[in-house]
Design a protein around this ligand. Structure first.
Ligand SMILES: [Fe+2]
Length: 181
């Protein structure tokens, strides 16, 4: 069974689905494409949220609304796409942002310039918090970070996630093939 570890299918919570109707349509399309388990990973930006608890309540409400809308919807696991910011590794109860029932946590590096603190935060999350980082859509940083900076990011002890879009272009496809091998 194929699992999609990165999606924005929960309604009205981030820049993903704008309604329950859209969410149901997205789920239907994913099922048609052979996805068995969907991990819903709404954005979590530490500096934008009032608190971790309020984010968790907001996420739970969106999830429950979607579940109530169509009893046929199942195999959706809850997670988050956690923006890597300075200090994220010491956020209390960071574990609550892991994919439910696992120690996997989806982390999104910033799209601005690379900085060494990014890797330090990831290392802390892996080594001090004992979580398993999944680095979100690594292929997207090819044009954003220099080659050596991208190599630094790729040197962390983590799982690397790619989007299907990576297979559409020659350069990202080559990058992904190298990563897989
Ligand atoms: Fe995302």
């Amino acid at each position: 069974m194929t699992t999609d570890y990165h999606s924005h299918i929960l309604p009205n919570i981030d820049d993903g689905s704008d309604s329950i109707k859209t969410s149901l349509k997205m789920i239907k399309m994913m099922k048609q494409q052979g996805i068995g388990i969907i991990v819903a990973t709404p954005h979590f930006y530490m500096h934008r949220e009032a608190s971790l608890d309020s984010y968790l309540v907001k996420r739970q409400n969106a999830y429950e609304k979607l579940m109530a809308a169509d009893p046929a919807v199942k195999d959706i696991h809850i997670g988050a796409e956690v923006a890597i910011e300075k200090g994220i590794s010491v956020l209390g109860e960071l574990e609550k942002l892991c994919i439910s029932g696992t120690r996997l946590i989806l982390l999104e590096p910033p799209f601005t310039q690379y900085n060494s603190w990014i890797v330090e935060e990831i290392d802390e999350i892996a080594n001090s918090r004992r979580l398993i980082p999944i680095i979100a859509h690594v292929h997207r940083y090819m044009g954003v970070y220099s080659k050596s900076d991208l190599n630094s990011l790729m040197s962390v002890d983590a799982v690397f996630q790619i989007n299907a879009e990576a297979f559409e272009h020659f350069s990202t496809r080559r990058f992904v093939n190298k990563l897989i091998s």
